[in-house]
Design a protein around this ligand. Structure first.
Ligand SMILES: [Zn+2]
Length: 402
């Protein structure tokens, strides 16, 4: 609750690192606390990253495991003057947030709340997000660090702690010093319901169609002018209406999604994002997009079109499958903590997918956070405690596996 009171909202418009200087306010607090707990190598840099080490207490050569969370909160909703509220022994009734009576958190909208009846939950006060994404992850890691330092009977190898800025604006790994981190495998603490485990993300390409029309003075354009904007409009209209789009797919289905249209009568561009869990399907989607566009262009023989495609990110499962012990050890730790693993593919990318392709295989563990990026954001305290338990089990599973 202390961490969420520090405003750490990141800014997608900024090209600075971090995108907002205030993120470093929390990084500084965390570095001081890690030092006070007794960790070594505690370091926070000009970019807002925090690095720290829990020294090993075993003779065995255990792989170096890193736990990672992001300090920033989403730009979608204010993170200024967050007033966290602890609702002890939640009774199952609607929670009317005190600073805006229209903001109501109910079991109807959030059925998962029912699992927290009789337990403590934390919400914001109605004017801001809570920032459980991802300060619940930060708190879990801090609590684990404190637990390991004060419980030397729990055997573990070298544990690295990493807090990153700017995850919410897709720049969480931009200035990360992998050498300084020095970890073999990592886990982000940035997931939802207790028991969920995410080791699979979309694979993602970007694409751009450029349409070249034929320009003429509009007063004398009869039988000459071919308007690129109208062709772009027809391409958009020719996209499938009941499939192949974000608004008509879920689960493991992929899609193409127009995200921007720009142009003048002479030349127009349409930008797309293309997503699928199976990387080789991206090429199939791109062929399909090209075919749709070419069919439209056939009606305008004097117009031309190009399609460019570029890689954005890849499904981290491709990397994690090469290191099956990362997920297997997590599954064992969940079991010891009394949980069954629920694997959920993420219909998006994470810092973990970027880290995985930077050479640090990195799936995602739950924190309990719910209704993220909104004024309804909440988190159950028992889920956070459970996540600490999972981490304490996990470091031991790694130690025993050597
Ligand atoms: Zn997050």
């Amino acid at each position: 609750m202390r961490y969420v009171k520090t405003d750490t909202q990141s800014d997608p418009q900024s090209s600075a690192h971090p995108t907002t200087g205030k993120q470093k306010d929390l990084s500084k607090i965390l570095a001081e606390e890690l030092l006070a707990i007794g960790l070594t190598g505690v370091h926070t840099d000009e970019y807002g990253y925090v690095y720290a080490t829990i020294e090993p207490n075993t003779e065995k050569k255990v792989p170096v495991i890193c736990f990672c969370s992001h300090v920033d909160t989403a730009p979608d909703c204010s993170g200024t003057n967050v007033k966290p509220l602890l609702h002890k022994q939640y009774n199952g009734e609607d929670i009317v947030l005190p600073d805006d009576n229209l903001q109501i958190i109910s079991t109807k909208d959030y059925p998962y709340l029912k699992e927290h009846i009789g337990h403590s939950i934390i919400t914001a006060s109605g004017l801001t997000l809570l920032g459980a994404d991802d300060k619940s992850g930060v708190a879990i890691i801090m609590d684990m660090a404190n637990y390991l330092v004060t419980h030397p009977e729990v055997k573990h190898g070298t544990i690295k702690i990493l807090f990153t800025p700017d995850e919410e604006v897709g720049k969480g790994t931009a200035k990360l010093n992998m050498k300084m981190l020095g970890a073999d495998f990592a886990y982000t603490l940035d997931g939802g319901e207790a028991g969920t485990f995410e080791d699979e993300t979309f694979s993602a390409d970007g694409a751009k169609i450029t349409v070249h029309g034929v320009i003429a003075h509009p007063g004398y354009a009869k039988d000459k002018l071919i308007n690129a904007l109208k062709i772009a409009g027809e391409i958009l209209a020719a996209l499938p209406k009941d499939e192949f789009s974000p608004e008509t797919t879920n689960g493991r289905q992929g899609f193409i999604h127009p995200v921007a249209v720009n142009g003048i009568a002479e030349k127009a561009t349409i930008e797309f994002i293309i997503r699928d869990f199976i990387t080789s399907n991206l090429a199939l989607h791109e062929v399909r997009l090209k075919t749709i566009a070419e069919e439209v262009l056939q009606r305008f023989p004097k117009a031309t079109m190009q399609l460019e495609v570029w890689e954005q990110y890849r499904n981290m499962k491709e990397i994690l499958d090469q290191h099956p012990q990362v997920a297997a050890n997590a599954a064992a730790a969940y079991k010891r903590a009394g949980l069954t693993v629920r694997n959920e593919p993420i219909r998006g990318g994470t810092d973990g997918s970027r880290l995985s392709f930077m050479g640090l295989p990195c799936p995602n563990i739950f924190t309990g956070m719910q209704a993220i990026h909104s004024k309804h954001e909440w988190v159950g305290v028992k889920d956070m405690e459970k996540a600490v338990d999972v981490l304490v089990q996990l470091v031991q599973v790694w130690e025993e596996s050597v």
